[in-house]
Design a protein around this ligand. Structure first.
Ligand SMILES: O=C(O)CCC(=O)C(=O)O
Length: 266
């Protein structure tokens, strides 16, 4: 007799236990701007996520131009995938992963809340030769700090971005690089700066080298960016972002974006 195991059962069977952040990790997040938790997800789980990414990649490459499709927003131009926004709209398994306690426990410790608004559930693919890169920025700018869209209600960012490596991230395939301690500079409106190099020391950038299943947690004030992928393999990352309730006023694209997620340690 053949027994069919659904994705969600397989996922539940193999999951690891959530681990609390140490006092030092919380301090590092708010002073250095980022921390990396290694090996949070098992290879079998990363493989399931990768299969969701593969299905969405196939869809993205048939669309040709940016549009909402099947509950997700595909930001694409011909074959180039810039990003897939709210991936969980089209692949609900990704929403289940993003509300896992291994992700939400650290986030809830950092934000000091048990319920959070999930604004981001996004995939960056960086396929070989696609030239996708991300200029130096702070995520608080994307959240709309300085506009009616965003209030930093806890005065420490009120937001945590998480980034899981799906493929190995090396120096050659466009790792995200961070400027350590830049979080302490506050909001710099880098998009309006004539020369970003006058605002921080680009030479101090640290590339985050990651194994599949590692997750970086970073502050919305941390300056970061990434170069294009110069390798022959993909560099895919799964990004989820969580806000303190009340900070965000903006409507994000995708079915269910902005949902409330609660930490559950059962
Ligand atoms: O995928 C990348 O290289 C950039 C990620 C990023 O900038 C972000 O998550 O804010």
């Amino acid at each position: 007799m053949q027994i069919n195991i659904s994705h969600s059962n397989e996922f539940a069977i193999r999951k690891k236990k959530p681990i609390s952040l140490t006092v030092k990790e919380i301090e590092d997040f708010y002073t250095i701007g980022y921390i990396v938790l290694r090996n949070l997800f098992e290879p079998s789980e990363v493989d399931l996520i990768s299969q969701c990414f593969d299905r969405l990649q196939k869809t993205a490459q048939t669309l040709g131009s940016t549009q909402i499709y099947n509950g997700s927003q595909f930001v694409v131009e011909n074959q180039r995938i810039d990003r897939i926004v709210w991936m969980g709209g089209a692949e609900p398994e990704l929403l289940k992963i993003s509300e896992e306690a291994r992700i939400l426990l650290p986030v809830s410790q950092l934000l000091k809340v048990n319920s959070m608004e999930q604004l981001i559930c996004q995939g960056h693919y960086k396929l070989p030769g696609d030239q996708v890169k991300f200029d130096w920025h702070q995520d608080c700018q994307h959240r709309g700090l300085g506009t009616a869209d965003w209030i930093d209600i806890d005065g420490r960012g009120s937001y945590v971005q998480t980034l899981m490596a799906i493929d190995e991230v090396t120096v050659h395939n466009g790792p995200v690089s961070f400027i350590p301690y830049s979080v302490q500079k506050g909001y710099l409106a880098l998009d309006q700066a004539a020369q970003v190099s006058e605002l921080f020391d680009i030479e101090s950038a640290v590339p985050l080298l990651m194994q599949p299943g590692d997750i970086a947690f970073f502050s919305p004030y941390a300056i970061h960016g990434s170069e294009e992928n110069r390798s022959t393999g993909s560099r895919r990352v799964f990004i989820n972002g969580f806000a303190t309730p009340g900070a965000n006023q903006k409507v994000y694209p995708g079915n269910g974006a902005g949902r409330t997620v609660r930490l559950s340690l059962d």
